[in-house]
Design a protein around this ligand. Structure first.
Ligand code: NAD
Length: 277
C-alpha cells in the first residue's frame, strides 16, 4: 500500500491513514471493510462498543491479506457498571480477539478515561501485561486529556503508544498535540472529517479544493497527513472510501494551511472527556 506509516514508541509501524467503522452495523461492516481493503487501506479502527468486530473480522479473513500487513485497532469499552479489574480487562480483551477472529491486536485502546470511576490506572497496568505478551502489539488510550496522561505516566509503566482524540480543522487540539510530541505519544484523529457536513461544506475548503482539483474531504485529510498524525475517516460509500485514500498526489502549501487554521472554532462535536461516563 502507498500509505506512509508512523513509527510508534514501541517501534511498531502504524499506517498514517486508516478506516474507521463507528456506526457501521455488523452486517454492513464486512462489505465496507472489504471495499476499504481493496482500495488500499491496511489499518482498521473498530471498538467493542461498535458491535461490528465480527463483521470486521470476516472481511479481514476473506481478504487473504497477510496478517502482518494489516493493522487492527480495537478498544475496551467503559461498559462495566463497576470498575474494571485486571481479570475483567483480560477477559474482555480475549472476547474482542474472539469476535475479530485474531490471535493478536495491533493496537488496544482504553476507549474513554471515565476518571470519575477511577479505574484507568488499573486498566493501563493490565494493558502493560497484554503488550508484554505480544497479544496487543501496542497499547494506548483514547479521549485522554493531558492531566489523564500525566497520571498514566506517573502511575503505570506504560507510555501510551497513541492517544486517539477528536481532531479536525474546527477542533485542532494544538496543546494536546504538543503534549503528545513531548512524550512520544502518537496523535490519532477521530472524526477527522468533522463528521461530514458542517465542516466539508465550508467555502474556504471548497476554494482550496478547487485550486488543487480535489474534494474538501481530500483537502482535510491532506491537512491531517501534513500535520503528521494518524487519521481514520469513515464512510460506507465505496466512491468516498476510495476518495478518502486518494490523498497522496498533491500537497497543501503554507497559504492553504494558514487558511485551514482559520477554521478553528475551539468547540467539540463529541462529548467532553472530563464528563463522559
Ligand atoms: P468522520 O469525520 O470520519 O466523518 C464521517 C462522515 O463524513 C461519513 O459518515 C459521511 O457522512 C461523511 N463523509 C465521509 N467521507 C466523505 C467524503 N469523501 N465526502 C463527503 N462526505 C464524506 O467521522 P466519524 O465516523 O465520527 O470518525 C471516524 C472514525 O473515528 C470512526 O469511524 C471511529 O473509528 C473513530 N471514532 C472514535 C471515537 C472515540 O471515542 N475513540 C469517537 C468517534 C469516532
Amino acid at each position: 500500500s502507498h500509505v506512509p506509516s508512523l513509527t510508534l514508541n514501541n517501534g511498531a509501524a502504524m499506517p498514517q491513514l486508516g478506516f474507521g467503522v463507528w456506526q457501521i452495523p455488523d452486517e454492513e461492516a464486512t462489505a465496507a471493510v472489504s471495499t476499504a481493503l481493496e482500495a488500499g487501506y491496511r489499518s482498521i479502527d473498530t471498538a467493542a462498543v461498535y458491535d461490528n468486530e465480527k463483521g470486521t473480522g470476516r472481511a479481514l479473513a476473506a481478504s487473504g491479506i497477510p496478517r502482518d500487513e494489516l493493522f487492527v485497532t480495537t478498544k475496551l469499552w467503559n461498559s462495566a457498571t463497576e470498575k474494571w479489574t485486571r481479570e475483567s480487562v483480560l477477559r474482555e480483551f480475549d472476547a474482542s480477539l474472539d469476535r475479530l477472529g485474531l490471535d493478536h491486536i495491533d493496537l488496544y485502546l482504553v476507549h474513554w478515561p471515565r476518571a470519575m470511576r477511577d479505574d484507568y490506572v488499573t486498566i493501563v497496568r493490565t494493558f502493560a501485561e497484554l503488550a508484554e505478551s505480544g497479544r496487543a502489539r501496542a497499547v494506548g488510550v483514547s479521549n485522554f486529556s493531558a492531566a489523564h496522561l500525566e497520571r498514566v505516566l506517573a502511575e503505570t509503566p506504560v507510555v501510551p503508544a497513541v492517544n486517539q482524540v477528536e481532531l479536525h480543522p474546527q477542533f485542532p487540539q494544538a496543546e494536546l498535540r504538543a503534549f503528545h510530541a513531548r512524550h512520544g505519544i502518537t496523535t490519532e484523529a477521530w472524526s477527522p472529517l468533522g463528521q461530514g457536513k458542517g465542516l466539508l461544506d465550508n467555502p474556504v475548503l471548497a476554494r482550496i479544493a478547487a485550486r488543487h482539483d480535489r474534494t474538501p474531504a481530500q483537502v482535510v485529510l491532506r491537512w491531517h497527513l501534513q500535520l503528521g498524525h494518524v487519521a481514520i475517516p469513515k464512510s460506507v460509500t465505496p466512491s468516498r472510501i476510495r476518495e478518502n485514500i486518494d490523498v497522496f498526489g498533491f500537497v497543501l502549501d503554507d497559504a492553504d494551511l494558514d487558511a485551514i487554521a482559520g477554521l478553528d472554532r475551539g468547540r467539540r462535536l463529541g462529548p467532553d472527556p472530563e464528563e463522559f461516563d
